[in-house]
Each structure stands twice: as C-alpha cells, then as structure tokens.
Design a protein around this ligand. Structure first.
Ligand SMILES: Cc1ncc(COP(=O)(O)O)c(C=O)c1O
Length: 426
C-alpha cells in the first residue's frame, strides 16, 4: 500500500482523487420520532409549562417523561430539560449563585457558550490552558489560576473525551468551588466507570442538531443535589414570579428565564435516547480505523482514549507536525480536500482572542466596579491551546453512524496519500 501511495500524483496537482462521491450526512430521525411527534400534534398541546407555582410549573408529560428516562439512563437523581445546552450553562452559573466580582475558570478551546456563561451573571471568565492529549482543561493550569475570587470550574468534555475529573474535583474540594461539566459533546462517554455528564455538581448535555442524539435544539442538565435541581427548575421558568409560593428564602434573589423545552422536542429526545448506544458504537469502531492507520504515520498524532475512559468521538481530532513534514497545515489540508475529504484545521479560535475579551467591551465581569482581580486575555495566555489551534490540530466529523467502513477508509487513505507524497507540496 505504501509503495502504491508513494507513486501517486496528488489530486491538488492534477492526479486522480481518492474519492469523488460525497459523504452521507447523519440522519438519526426515523419513524419512531415521526410517530412521537404526530402523537403530540394530535393532542394540540405543544407545551404544558406554566409560569405559576403548581402542577404545570415543571412542564407536561413528555418533558417529565424524558427527565425520568434521562436520570435513569445516566444514574443521576435529577434531570432538568432546557431548550439548549447554552441556557443550561447559564442556569448552572445562576444555580451556583455566582455573580459580580466572582471568577470562573473556563476552557478557551470550546464552543463560545461554555466561557460566556459567567459573564451573563456578571462574573469573570478566567481561561486556563488545555491538556495536549485530551484537549480538555489541564488540572495543572487550573491550579495555577486559583485566586480567592474563583468560585467555580466549568470544564468541557471536548470532542467527546472526558476531562480529568478526579483531579478537577480534588481542586474544587480543596478550594470549595462549584464544578460544572459541559457535556454537550459527550453523551454516552465514561470516566472511570461513571457516565460523563454526571461528574460535576451540575452537568449539561446538548440536544442540538449536530450532536450524536438531538431534537433540533434542546438540552438536559443533571445533578444529584436537590437544592441545585430546584434552582435549575426555577431559573428555567421565571423564578421571580414563583419563589414566594415555592417558599425557600435562599431562592428569593433568583431571576428566571424561559428555558423551557416543548413537548414536541421532549418526545423526539425520548426516542433519540433509545438510539444513543447504536449511534455511538460505530463512532468508536471508525475511530479505531483512523487510530490504527494514522497512528503508524510519523508526525501524525491521532486522538487517543485515556485509560478507564470511554471516548465517544463527537469529532476525531489529530495533530499534524508542520516542522517534521515541512509543509504548513493549511497546505496539507488543501491537498487532502482535493482528494475528496474535507478536514477542518484548528477548532475554534482560543476564545480569549474574541473581541469581547480583547477589547473588554462587556458591561460586567472584569469591567464591574466590584471586580478586584487582574484577569488577562493576552495572546500567549494558553500556549497549548494556541499551538493546537494555529498550527497542529485538524479534525473530522466523518466518523458518524451513517457512514460505512469503506467511507472511513477513504478518509484514512486521503491523508495517507498526501503524507506519502508530501514532497510534491514543497
Ligand atoms: C462544547 C459545547 N458547549 C456548548 C454548546 C452549546 O450547545 P447548544 O447549541 O445546545 O446551546 C455546544 C454546541 O455546539 C458545544 O459543543
């Protein structure tokens, strides 16, 4: 195989591409979801939430049913549906009582919602660096960022691999911090035998369209803490109107929103949850193909799964060594794309480089009068994140359940061919 590949002219330079067929997109919606939606439509009641303390404060039968199923599946005491992971992250910050003057440690290498959540409550996001193997928050970097103002750690199980939760929990315990798990990308993943999502004080899943299971837009927050669960439910549904009736004075300062999930979305999500394992197993199998084949190539470092963990490969991330290959990552990816396989370079720009942090144009957080810290958002703040984003990392979502082994072998081959002929790009 290597010899054949070496003689191939790269498609970028006029050679025959590895693949000309487009890849199938992942459609997880089937007859079950359609039937479930039709049943709700038949009732005419698309949401049963009412912002009044009483029977309907926590939604209708599908919402409550999904919450029971989710809690059973992930072995947690409480599951609280919300209309997105983003609103769940906001609610988690609110439930922990974080506010102006406080700081929350966040990852810079994640979807922006994971870092912006503290700012919604006037608190300051403090970015710690990532681990160069899992791309999740590095516990050592988290430790280095601890100040008396830090009130919580918000860690993300990025790309479907769990963060180093035992160490994060030890830090949180030592400094009496809240621990929030952004589990948007990891339903079905595990850490030391425990389900991801249930590893912090509050974990939040996403059910947006791009996730392994979805209902278009939606999310579920989970916790084993009764008080936090109650606060999440209050924030979800106009807390301020019901706290007097609810009667717990600790909640009187809560501001509520409309983060409610509809009966339609809950009905779809219930069906999707039943498919989680069947949609996850092929990802793990296909990741194995890429690991096996790209792992043999010097200067490529495919995603790995740490001991006692279950990686669910929301996307498959790989590192490319520009210096060893003598070709910039952009040129390498351009050549792979010409072979018929589009891979993405970097992930999201390190979040602290966004204008809101660079120009400090927020009305809160580090610009609050009550803030006494000196948070930095300078370039160079998180060197591993910057290295991954600007030169080393590429990723692909082309390992989903609606691809065949042959499709994933094409993904593997396109990269192998370009690497075997990389001298043509110099
Ligand atoms: C890590 C991470 N956090 C948060 C979110 C936000 O999720 P949602 O779209 O459900 O609000 C996403 C969505 O892509 C994500 O990947």
């Amino acid at each position: 195989m290597a010899a054949i590949l070496e003689k191939s002219k790269l498609a970028l330079l006029g050679g025959q591409p590895v693949r000309t067929k487009p890849f199938a997109h992942c459609n997880t919606i089937g007859a079950e979801e359609k039937r479930a939606v039709a049943e709700v439509m038949e009732t005419g009641v698309l949401s049963e939430f009412v912002g009044v303390w009483g029977d309907h404060f926590n939604g209708g039968p599908r919402v409550r049913g999904l919450e029971r199923e989710w809690a059973d599946y992930f072995g947690v005491k409480h599951a609280v549906t919300i209309n997105s992971n983003t609103s769940g992250l906001f609610a988690a910050i609110g439930a922990l009582g974080i506010g102006p003057g406080d700081e929350v440690i966040v990852s810079p290498y994640t979807m922006s919602a994971s870092a912006i959540a503290p700012l919604v409550y006037g608190a300051t996001p403090v970015f710690a660096d990532i681990d160069p193997v899992t791309y999740c928050l590095s516990p050592a970097s988290v430790r280095a960022r601890i100040t008396p103002r830090i009130k919580a750690i918000l860690a993300v199980d990025i790309f479907g691999h769990p963060a180093e939760w035992d160490e994060l929990r030890a830090i949180a315990k030592e400094h009496k911090l809240g621990l929030i798990e952004d589990a948007a990308q990891i339903p079905g993943g595990k850490y030391k035998g425990r389900w991801a999502g249930a590893l912090g004080d509050i974990g939040i899943f996403s059910l947006n369209y791009h996730k392994t299971i979805h209902c278009g837009e939606g999310g579920v927050a989970v916790t084993n803490d009764d008080h936090l669960a109650e606060r999440l439910r209050l924030i979800r549904n106009h807390a301020e109107t019901v706290v007097a009736a609810q009667g717990d004075a600790r909640n009187f300062g809560l501001i509520g929103f409309n983060y409610r999930m509809t009966e339609l979305h809950a009905a779809i999500a219930s069906e999707q949850l039943k498919k989680l394992e069947a949609l996850t197993a092929p990802r793990i199998e296909y990741a194995g193909i890429l690991q096996e084949r790209w792992g043999k190539i010097p200067g490529l470092q495919p995603a790995t799964c740490q001991r006692d963990c279950r990686h669910v490969y929301y996307v498959f991330a790989t590192q490319y060594d520009e210096a060893l290959h003598g070709v910039p990552r952009t040129k390498f990816l351009e050549a792979v794309k010409a072979e018929g396989v589009a891979l993405a370079g970097g992930y999201v720009e390190p979040l602290y480089l966004q204008p809101i942090y660079q120009q400090r144009v927020m009305n809160c957080g580090p610009t609050c009068r009550g803030y006494s810290g000196e948070v930095s958002y300078a370039r160079g703040l998180c060197p591993t994140t910057e290295l991954m984003h600007f030169s080393r990392l590429f990723y692909t979502p082309l390992i989903h359940a609606h691809l065949s082994r042959a499709d994933v072998e094409d993904v593997a081959l396109a990269v192998e061919k370009v690497i075997a002929n990389i001298s043509q790009l110099k």
